[in-house]
Design a protein around this ligand. Structure first.
Ligand code: SF4
Ligand code: F3S
Length: 103
């Protein structure tokens, strides 16, 4: 699953789709962790979609990631500022790709 200490262990390399990018990244195969309060490890996400369906405040959007070995689209935490820390997405993701830090 996603490293809960990604902010310490990875480096912020920039921003894409309105959220921070934590890398290193080497597109299209290695995309790193996306977002900070709601963080999705794009290299683990396999586009299950449960997070998009279940988030009560629609934090996530699909973004296309052609050429990535796990899936050709990912759940981007575009509206992470809206997150109400319900932790549903963390619970439903089948591959533990999401980390939410309440508070
Ligand atoms: Fe949405 Fe809840 Fe996940 Fe926040 S913790 S992104 S509100 S499902
Ligand atoms: Fe990806 Fe997990 Fe959502 S696999 S689409 S982050 S439920």
């Amino acid at each position: 699953g996603i490293d809960p200490n990604f902010e310490r262990n990875l480096e912020r390399t920039g921003e894409e789709h309105d959220v921070d990018v934590w890398g290193p990244v080497e597109p299209p195969e290695k995309l790193g962790v996306r977002g900070t309060h709601v963080a999705v490890d794009f290299d683990i996400c396999l586009a299950d979609g449960a997070c998009l369906e279940d988030c009560p405040v629609d934090v996530f959007d699909w973004v296309d990631t052609p050429g990535h070995p796990e899936s050709d689209r990912k759940a981007n935490p575009t509206d992470e500022d809206q997150c109400i820390d319900c932790m549903l997405c963390v619970d439903v993701c089948p591959v533990d790709a999401i980390d939410v830090d309440p508070g």
